[in-house]
Design a protein around this ligand. Structure first.
Ligand code: BGC
Length: 356
């Protein structure tokens, strides 16, 4: 078990960025303080062979390039202040109307033009009995990206002795605001440059999901998954489900939907499990959040070439973004994403790796 800190290049204004490598007996995770981004995650297969199971790049410049900005995949980053979409970039809170950047067609996505994925976090190494980690802090000033309130945010990545990457989020504000933090790794458990994620077997313990309109904004309804391609309550390969004739899959060009997790909100519960049959790698996701956005990387275009010369195409990776529901600030029936002064935002997600 150890942490190694190395320079990872410089931002346009010359500010240095650090890369932290966290090791335990089986896993190796690399996280940079720019965007709190998981750059690499090496996990063993059935023969103990380590392979990188997340999409990303070997150098900082690739995360800063114009091509990356244009594609905006948010590889491995911390997403905030509000993960997912807000309709028209508008919401009202405490008698005030707020306007945010519309950076995804007519809507606001993942915190705006310069969200938490594009800021430099202060990093502190953490050594505890359960494992080792990195505590990242950032203060988002009142009005940043149009959001109200000075928000103090702390995100801790822990690599535990149980082969988990545990992410704990905390935030406090001095004015009523909205918060929905998540993590945006694209997993590919094959760890093989040539394979997509369509043969991965997925299980999502969700009886309902959130249908969207053509601009990917929730209709407000929670639709039962039974009899639809959205029923992943028992493990199933992704590919056959993607072929179904379904308006929701057409809108999103695949899966890009929030699933409503069974079980109690705020309690840690299973959010997903993903199994890759060749390598036999298994990823289980647990969360205290009410939902998980399952995204099959539909908007990757092939314009970006990542680690090992791998071209990132649609379905090169999949995201399991634990979160409150999209557009929650405009959907009174959804669990509230408001944070008020004196309250503490707290959220936890665990990515657990094993072989089966
Ligand atoms: C969204 C996708 C989007 C992707 C990258 C995901 O969280 O749901 O629609 O294309 O992030 O921006």
């Amino acid at each position: 078990m150890k942490i190694e800190k190395t320079p990872f290049g410089k931002l346009a204004d010359g500010t240095p960025v650090d890369l932290f490598t966290l090791w335990n007996a089986e896993l190796r995770v690399k996280i940079m303080n720019y965007g709190g981004t998981v750059v690499s995650l090496m996990a063993p297969d059935k023969e103990g062979k380590l392979k990188d199971v997340v999409l990303g790049f070997d150098s900082l410049s690739d995360y800063l390039s114009d091509a990356y900005r244009q594609e905006s995949p948010f590889f491995g980053a911390i997403i905030g202040r509000f993960g997912n979409r807000i309709a028209g970039g508008k919401f009202s809170l405490n008698g005030n109307d707020y306007t945010l950047a519309t950076n995804d067609g007519p809507n606001h996505l993942h915190g705006g033009e310069k969200g938490f994925d594009k800021v430099l976090w202060q990093a502190e190494e953490v050594y505890e009995e359960e494992g080792l980690g990195l505590r990242l802090s950032y203060v988002s000033e009142d009005g940043e990206e149009g959001y109200p309130g000075r928000l103090r945010v702390e995100v801790t990545y822990m690599l535990t002795n149980k082969n988990e990457l545990q992410i704990t989020y905390r935030a406090e504000t001095d004015k009523a605001t909205i918060v929905n933090l998540t993590h945006h790794s694209y997993f590919n458990l094959a760890g093989d440059a040539k394979k997509d994620i369509l043969d991965h077997e997925l299980m999502l313990p969700a009886d309902t999901f959130i249908p969207v309109n053509a601009s990917m904004i929730p209709t407000g309804e929670l639709q039962p998954v039974g009899g639809t391609p959205f029923d992943f309550r028992t493990p199933e390969a992704i590919a056959p489900k993607m072929k179904a004739d379904n308006k929701q899959l057409t809108y999103a060009k695949g899966f890009d939907h929030c699933f409503v997790l069974n079980g109690k909100p705020k309690e840690l519960k299973l959010a997903a499990s993903v199994f890759e049959p060749d390598s036999r790698r298994l990823l289980e996701v647990y969360t205290s959040e009410p939902g998980v956005q399952f995204y099959t990387g539909n908007n990757l275009t092939g314009a970006l070439t990542g680690k090992e010369g791998r071209k990132y195409l649609p379905h090169s990776g999949l995201c399991l973004e634990t979160q409150h529901f999209p557009d929650a600030p405009n959907q009174p029936a959804f669990p509230s994403a408001e944070l008020w002064p004196g309250e503490q935002y707290q959220s936890r997600t665990i990515f657990k790796f094993s072989v089966k």
